[in-house]
Design a protein around this ligand. Structure first.
Ligand code: CU
Length: 120
């Protein structure tokens, strides 16, 4: 079981930007079917968005994964996107605006949680 947790954390580490621990990368057999192109993913962990700034193309789908034991949202300050409430361990999705620009967002439940989606 702890091994499962370790693997999950390792995967998250890769998503969050390839730092860290090294070790067992690659070569797991099966399951995860990778879509073509890098996935656009924002992870919510410890009441923070990771990465804090994400750049995507116009209209991109962005998956938002909530790893916290609390519900969160990812809501554009200008309301151009909003995941709605994401329960603990669940995920939501937003569609990036079609217009290029910087879109600050926050969590409606915890307004100190902020990040920026850059569309270009
Ligand atoms: Cu929150």
């Amino acid at each position: 079981m702890n091994r499962y947790v370790a693997v999950l954390l390792a995967l998250l580490g890769l998503v969050a930007g390839c730092g860290g621990m090294g070790g067992q990368s690659g070569a797991s057999n099966g399951s995860a079917v990778a879509p073509s192109g890098p996935p656009n993913t924002i992870v919510i962990d410890k009441f923070a968005y990771q990465p804090v700034v994400l750049t995507v193309i116009p209209g991109a789908k962005v998956t938002v994964i909530n790893q916290d034991p609390a519900a969160h949202t990812l809501t554009a300050k200008d309301k151009s996107f909003d995941t709605g409430s994401i329960a603990m361990g669940q995920q939501g999705e937003i569609t990036a605006p079609s217009k290029a620009g910087r879109y600050p967002y926050y969590c409606r439940f915890h307004e100190y949680m902020t990040g920026t989606l850059i569309v270009k």
